[in-house]
Design a protein around this ligand. Structure first.
Ligand code: SF4
Ligand SMILES: [Zn+2]
Ligand SMILES: [Zn+2]
Length: 355
């Protein structure tokens, strides 16, 4: 049986590796470590992969376990599914050998009826490996032997995604993500920890930090170097190209600290209208009785991201506000649920489920 999951943008998870280590600020309250910690006693699957003290959030030890017996699992799943690869780890972690990643890709080539979602915090390794001819030759050989068909590259049924929590993360993940060969590319802003601008990023030549010294109409603006679009139009910044990004996911952190959370307690709690014994026919119009509401700035960050996607024509999936639990404050943005998927693929899904 496939592993069903509460993650709303996928159907099942597939975890051929165990263990990881933090790669970015978004990893700080990694939910996988909380899961792993429950099964880390002597003789249990996560023994040696995670540590904790009574007062600290569990941490990965950095050890990674490969589970080759799971490599062929998706071959037994007949129904077409969206499969989230390594939902509890990172396939591009340095502890996973290139050959094992090739084995995972081999399974993907053998199961064209499935769609795979591969999300990483290490897109630079995805870029290096997916452009490595020697590694690809090995995959091609595997595909020839198993399917007697030529390898289609990039794999048509693989979506490659990278995670970002902040603008700083985004500036780093965009270049390798765009340079990695992939049919569908996506960005996951989970957990979202700050405002993000997907239109421009600081010029790598530091133009924005140089003293404005020009006269005329641009007086007071940062200077520009004229490279990669850092010009009179956008001095000190260069445009991102979201044209080759096909999907954006966003969501708040759950189980982290209050200052990182996108939600705050409903202000009505102070007036005790939620207290036991109040009229059960009255629903709080702030929080709809969830007791949590989005922080003002978080509402602005998520709405702006949604608007940036709308302008760029990119499907937007809002997973939820997070908080003490993933669904504490629900997943409505301006009263609406955003569960959009890359169009090409949702069309394909309709046809697949029709037959
Ligand atoms: S990369 Fe993913 S699994 Fe690994 S520590 Fe970060 S959030 Fe957790
Ligand atoms: Zn510049
Ligand atoms: Zn309320």
């Amino acid at each position: 049986m496939p592993n069903t999951t509460p993650i709303p943008w996928t159907d099942v998870t597939w975890n051929p590796t165990r263990g990881c280590s933090a790669a970015a600020p978004g990893c700080h309250y990694c939910y996988a470590t909380r899961y792993a910690h429950r099964f880390s006693g002597p003789g249990q699957p996560y023994e040696g992969l995670v540590t904790s003290t009574p007062t600290s959030h569990p941490r990965w030890t950095g050890n990674v376990q490969l589970l080759p017996t799971r490599l062929l699992q998706p071959l037994h799943w007949r129904k077409p599914r969206r499969i989230f690869i390594c939902s509890l780890s990172d396939l591009f972690h340095q502890g996973v050998p290139d050959t094992f990643i090739r084995d995972v890709c081999r399974t993907i080539t053998l199961t064209p009826h499935h769609t795979y979602q591969l999300l990483t915090k290490r897109p630079e390794r995805a870029q290096a490996l997916f452009r490595n001819q020697q590694w690809l030759d090995g995959l091609e050989l595997d595909a020839d032997i198993s399917t007697h068909a030529r390898l289609v590259w990039p794999l048509p049924n693989l979506w490659l995604g990278a995670s970002a929590s902040t603008q700083h993360d985004l500036n780093h993940i965009i270049p390798p993500l765009l340079n990695a060969p992939a049919t569908i590319r996506f960005i996951s802003f989970e957990p979202l920890l700050g405002p993000v601008d997907t239109d421009t990023r600081p010029c790598p030549h530091g133009c924005a930090d140089q003293a404005p010294d020009r006269s005329g109409p641009d007086r007071g603006k940062p200077p520009y170097c004229g490279v990669d679009g850092c010009d009179m139009e956008t001095p000190g910044r260069i445009p991102f190209t979201l044209e080759r990004i096909h999907w954006v996911i966003a969501g708040g952190e759950s189980g982290g600290t209050a200052n990182r959370a996108l939600v705050k307690p409903c202000p009505r709690l102070r007036w005790d209208t939620h207290a036991r014994g109040r009229d059960p026919s009255i629903t709080c119009d702030h929080c709809h009785d969830t007791r949590w509401i989005p922080k003002t700035e978080a509402l602005a960050w998520v709405s702006s991201l949604r608007d940036q996607c709308t302008t760029a024509g990119i499907p937007f999936f809002f997973k939820g506000w997070g908080g003490p639990t993933q669904q504490a404050a629900g997943d409505l943005l301006d009263g609406q649920q955003y569960h959009e998927l890359p169009t090409q693929v949702s069309r394909r899904y309709e046809t697949v489920t029709d037959v």
